[in-house]
Design a binder for this molecule. Structure first.
Ligand SMILES: Nc1ncnc2c1ncn2[C@@H]1O[C@H](COP(=O)(O)OP(=O)(O)OP(=O)(O)O)[C@@H](O)[C@H]1O
Ligand SMILES: [Mg+2]
Length: 262
């Protein structure tokens, strides 16, 4: 459904942030893009939605195909119209508006009756938001804001939702709740592409994963095989072969070996 073919992304004509990556997100599946800070994960999502333009970035070679159409240089609004939503990093709610007003903004491209129907569906599915509908979005907790930005994307009835670090800064119980919602979305047929640093929860939900490092994909495979991959266990899950947690000192030592790039 979504394909990146050897895509290269450049900021301000000089900073090469993504160095030719090829990846696929098949319809109905959940794919996760993993990697440390600065690996190029958010850049990849912004290149797909074309919001990268607002940061003076562009795809300089390769292409992005969605539903059989080359969207590499499509207008971001056109990308949304085709059914591809990007939930950006950092829970960008409209802080001074209520929860309901935030959701109405998400549905602004549909006719009123359809938007109303989606609003009811979202409230039915996310009881927590229904109870908060008249509250000011800026005062919600981090977890509630995360639910809200995902819900706002749902209102537009997208075929595919890309979500950037949904678990960032959330307490474990809230992470479970957010991922519970993502699991329901997947079950309802929405295709998902999730960027995460929380490798464990992401691999629990995803069917397939890619690991990025310095703008390149260094490892990929079905979630089950990534979970048992020795490097993933050491670098991202912090586990040794015996399944014990490693100390940060040990991790640092292993990092220096940089086995993936060698
Ligand atoms: N607007 C920008 N202009 C110039 N360089 C940028 C811009 N945004 C990101 N970069 C650079 O591109 C590289 C990849 O950044 P990106 O935000 O995609 O990483 P990331 O994997 O999402 O990291 P994190 O996990 O910290 O969010 C970094 O070296 C970053 O400094
Ligand atoms: Mg990022």
């Amino acid at each position: 459904m979504l394909e990146l073919n050897n895509a290269e992304v450049l900021y301000s004509d000089v900073i090469l942030a993504v160095k030719g990556i090829t990846a696929r997100v098949p319809q109905g599946q959940c794919v996760t893009l993993l990697g440390a800070n600065g690996a190029g994960k958010s850049t990849t999502l912004k290149a797909i939605s074309n919001l990268i333009r607002t940061e003076d970035g562009r795809v300089t070679s390769g292409n992005v195909v969605f539903d059989g159409v080359d969207i590499t240089s499509a207008n971001p609004v056109d990308v949304v119209r085709r059914g591809l939503m990007h939930v950006m990093e950092g829970r960008k709610v409209l802080r001074h508006m209520t929860v309901e007003q935030n959701l109405i903004v998400g549905g602004h491209m549909q006719d009123t009756r359809e938007a109303r129907r989606m609003l009811d569906e979202v409230y039915g599915r996310i009881k927590r938001l229904a109870a908060l509908r008249h509250r000011t979005a800026g005062y919600l907790s981090g977890g509630e804001q995360q639910m809200l930005v995902i819900a706002r994307a749902m209102v537009a009835r997208p075929k595919l939702i890309m979500i950037d670090e949904p678990s960032l800064g959330l307490a474990p119980l809230m992470v479970e709740e957010v991922y519970g919602l993502l699991r329901e979305l997947k079950a309802s047929g929405v295709t998902l592409l999730i960027v995460e640093q929380n490798t464990r929860v992401a691999l629990e939900l995803a069917d397939y994963g890619y690991v990025m490092e310095s703008g390149r994909i260094v490892l990929e495979g079905p979630s089950s095989s990534l979970k048992s991959n020795e490097d993933v266990r050491e670098f991202y899950l912090g586990l040794t072969v015996e399944g014990e947690r490693k100390s940060f000192r040990d991790m640092k030592h292993y990092r220096r070996r940089k086995r993936w790039l060698g």
